[in-house]
Design a binder for this molecule. Sequence first.
Ligand code: ADE
Ligand code: ZN
Length: 326
Amino acid sequence: PLTPAQVLALPKVELHLHIEGTLEPELILRLAERNGIRLPWADLADLQKQYEFTDLQSFLTLYYANMAVLQTPADFADLTRAYLARAKAAGVRHAEVFLDPQAHTVRGVSLATCINGVAEVLEQSEAEFGLTSALIVTFLRDRPAAEALAMLEELIEMEAPIEGIGLDSAEVGHPPADFVAVYDLARAHGLECVAHAGEEGPPEYVWQALELLQVSRIDHGIRSLEDENLVNHLVERQIALTVCPFSNVRLRVVDTLDVHPLPEMLARGLAVTVNSDDPAYFGGYLDDNFQALVTTFGFTAADLAALSRTAVHAAFLTEDQREPLL
Ligand code: ADE
Ligand code: ZN
């Protein structure tokens, strides 16, 4: 079997990573102190006790609360730098990073503060950390679609350095169909389109993301397995699914890793990629997710390389940029 050192050294591509989900407890405390923010936790151990989740919403509540410490462009830059350093150590060669601007603007942090803080560091990712990167702005589906549309207009107006848009937050009750106008505008401006679908929500939401939002990747998508026609469609079109094993276990989408459907998804011919989602919350980064596939399912170097190859093809890269990663 592969050794941990070999798993670490494999070149990897991350396509589903929320930058706010890389905010580690230690950094939360450091930024709280720097910004004079009082947190409801007594100390690090008390904060760390909060990381037990029963579903997506129980995680989102802590995830959004912790963002209170992110106030200045420097805070967003420090967060992004810490992620890139960790990603480099994990063997990540290319990362497409989600940012949730509405989670910041609703608490009085400007769009420019969060975008520029993250973007200025991502621009240096290749020079400083040896990995290429892209920024994808994700809209919160449990907030009004009109708010997302207005924000996208603002992002276009300010010529924000973004590669595409996505859709995340509480899924059930917030179907992709509500966001057609947002995705139409994004596409008209040449932006790439992805959306979370089929994490907690039904296969119908995956169909809507594909047919109404015309996304080129589905984030999560594991509930697609409940619809044979959908599986066949995803296989025929080779639409990539950005699957996040640790996330699915910690958010109770699956009971345990050993019953995760990832091997079945691969056997069905789905274009599966493996990603870390919110690694500071779910017990590990991309290397840890890869290592768990080795330990739990006996994945070989060839299995892991195949996952990475799928991710390279699903990444928003030119053929020239893809080549060194293949
Ligand atoms: N925001 C951050 N992580 C998320 C996830 N896994 N699902 C939905 N929204 C999210
Ligand atoms: Zn996610």
